[in-house]
Design a protein around this ligand. Structure first.
Ligand code: ADP
Length: 551
């Protein structure tokens, strides 16, 4: 069936008129041009799309409407040589000076070999292009913002992304925990104009209770977003709070605005205002939904930056507190060392005097005093060791020694400190090793004294050594109170003492294992343990015989 058969031939209207009606009311833009490019006809859809009246379009050369004017020459020459134009993407100028992104599909009509006209279908893809562009922009911005940690750096980056490509004027107002709103960032395509706005804000703070719809205070309070496509002089007249604000708004020539609250977990953290100051660029629904998405991302970025800064500040404060603690330990241990050394010397002299005088009571008391002075000395030595570790000044005196002899000696010494426990030695034959005998002895002492201290109800402590391939291993096992699993990772930390209530009665500073781990690490060895609360612990170290471990 021919197309003409579809027309209502019975009526008084001609087929020609009906065809014209059909073209005129098509939803896609259609135009016909002659071989010179003169527009012979354009339908309503095309005129509406570009905003022209018939007389402003008909009879004009189509090249005037192309953004790239010379493009039309190649299009016409293709059409003249019977080629088809399929979905050719270009930009056409609208009456208001803006451009529409369009897809052109065209071919030529020849009669008896003569080019009569080209017929062109024009599809408006401006909105599609804009969506694509905004989506791309949003994705790129999200990637960029996800790496931001510093608030002011993030704010600068956000402003650069928005102004001027999306909005001419961009303002972030933050709602702080004190209940007041503060200007956090302002960006303007024309920095001179931003200055006025900034000055205004300093003298006119945001009123959270502002009842005017669309005001920053209103958006903060109601958590509603608002798009005002067209800012008319009346809106400015009615919206301005005072004469000064009205004049400022007039000077800033705002043509369209979007006000969007920033929400984190449903709580308002601020409001972002996007403004266009160009009457040709009015925000539409597409922009509005983009701005809402972007505002969410900005809110998250700012929240992340805030949390990051909080953690950073916390860490810095802790580092500073640690530094002060280290300084205190260093001073206190040095100051305590000299008087305690004299105290020890006088105790021993007095003890000898009383022994010579056969005053057993006094000499017995002095022996007890000497023990306490030794304990005090041990604490001070630990503090001094921590200072040395902090300053990297722990020096090792490397020598060759018999490892099992050291273990036996230390165990015998420690056995004298306890009547409740039996220290059981299970030693494998070992070759001599190289290392700092005193420091390694200090670690063994720490393991055994902890085993004694933290197993008051137990009877036995097992001290086992193993040796192979120039490696020695020592483990001290007790059957005491043990350490809860959730604290295992902290056991070798400085000042670690378990939080278990059962440990509160045990004296100590939480330095022994920290120093031991430093000593073993500096010998290139490993220190580790296994422990079950209520069952007991095994603390072990392994070291390779080494030649020199000094710095
Ligand atoms: P402290 O002087 O407090 O004993 P350490 O650094 O030697 O210092 O030990 C740190 C903490 O580890 C102790 O306070 C204790 O809570 C826990 N601990 C160490 N050894 C044992 C052990 N054998 N049994 C149970 N808990 C232990």
């Amino acid at each position: 069936m021919a197309i003409a058969d579809l027309f209502d031939t019975g009526s008084h209207v001609t087929e020609h008129e009906q065809l014209e009606d059909f073209l005129e009311n098509a939803s896609v833009g259609i135009h016909l041009v002659n071989k010179e490019g003169i527009i012979l006809y354009a339908n309503k859809a095309e005129l509406d799309m570009l905003g022209y009246r018939k007389e402003e379009y008909f009879g004009k050369n189509i090249r005037e409407f192309y953004e790239q004017q010379d493009e039309i020459e190649s299009i016409l020459s293709s059409l003249l040589s019977s080629e088809k134009l399929d979905n050719h993407q270009t930009r056409l100028r609208c009456k208001d000076g803006s451009f529409k992104d369009v897809l052109l599909s065209s071919n030529a009509y020849f009669r008896e070999g003569t080019f009569i006209h080209s017929r062109c279908f024009t599809r408006d893809i401006t909105q599609l292009k804009k969506s694509e562009k905004l989506l791309k922009f949003l994705n790129e911005a999200s990637v960029q913002l996800s790496t931001m940690h510093d608030t002011s750096e993030a704010l600068d980056e956000i402003t650069k992304l928005i102004v001027p490509s999306f909005a001419d004027w961009f303002v972030i107002n933050e709602l702080r925990s004190d209940g007041f709103a503060y200007l956090l960032k302002m960006g303007h395509a024309n920095p001179e104009k931003a200055k006025w706005a900034q000055e205004y804000r300093t003298t006119h703070p945001i009123d959270i209770n502002d009842p005017k719809e669309g005001s920053v205070g209103w958006a903060m309070r109601t958590r509603q977003a608002l798009l005002v496509r067209d800012i008319t002089p009346e809106i400015i007249q009615n919206g301005a709070k005072d004469k000064e604000q009205r004049e400022l708004l007039e000077r800033l020539t705002i043509s369209s605005v979007m006000i969007i609250p920033m929400l984190i977990k449903g709580v308002v953290t601020g409001v972002i205002s996007f403004m266009s100051c160009n009457p040709k660029n009015k925000f539409d629904d597409e922009d509005f939904s983009f701005a809402k998405d972007f505002t969410n991302r900005i809110a998250l970025t700012l929240e992340n930056a805030r949390l990051y800064e909080e953690v950073k500040k916390d860490i810095e404060e802790r580092i500073e507190a640690d530094k002060k603690k280290d300084e205190f330990i260093s001073i206190a241990s040095h100051e305590l060392k000299t008087p305690v050394t004299s105290l020890k010397a006088y105790t021993q002299i007095l003890q000898t005097i009383f022994e010579n005088e056969h005053n057993e009571k006094a000499s017995g008391m002095l022996a007890k005093m000497d023990k306490q002075v030794n304990k005090l000395t041990r604490l001070i030595v630990d503090l001094l060791d921590v200072t040395k570790i902090n300053k990297g000044e722990m020096v090792f005196d490397v020598q060759e020694f018999n490892f099992n002899d050291l273990v036996t000696e230390t165990a015998e010494e420690m056995q004298r400190t306890t009547q409740n426990h039996t220290l059981i030695l299970k030693l494998e034959p070992c070759e001599k090793i190289k290392g700092d005998r005193n420091r390694i002895g200090q670690v063994i002492t720490n393991f055994i004294s902890n085993a004694i201290k933290y197993s008051p109800e137990a009877k036995e402590i097992i001290i086992a050594s193993g040796c192979n391939n120039h490696k020695v291993k020592l483990c001290v096992q007790d059957f005491g109170i043990g350490i809860a699993g959730h604290e295992h990772s902290q056991v070798f930390n400085r000042f670690f003492r378990t939080s278990a209530k059962s440990h509160h009665t045990f004296p100590g500073m939480g330095l022994g294992l920290y120093i031991s781990s430093e000593i073993i690490k500096r010998h290139g060895g490993d220190i580790y343990f296994e422990s079950t609360e209520g069952k007991g612990s095994v603390f072990c170290f392994e070291i390779t015989s080494i030649d020199a471990v000094n710095d």
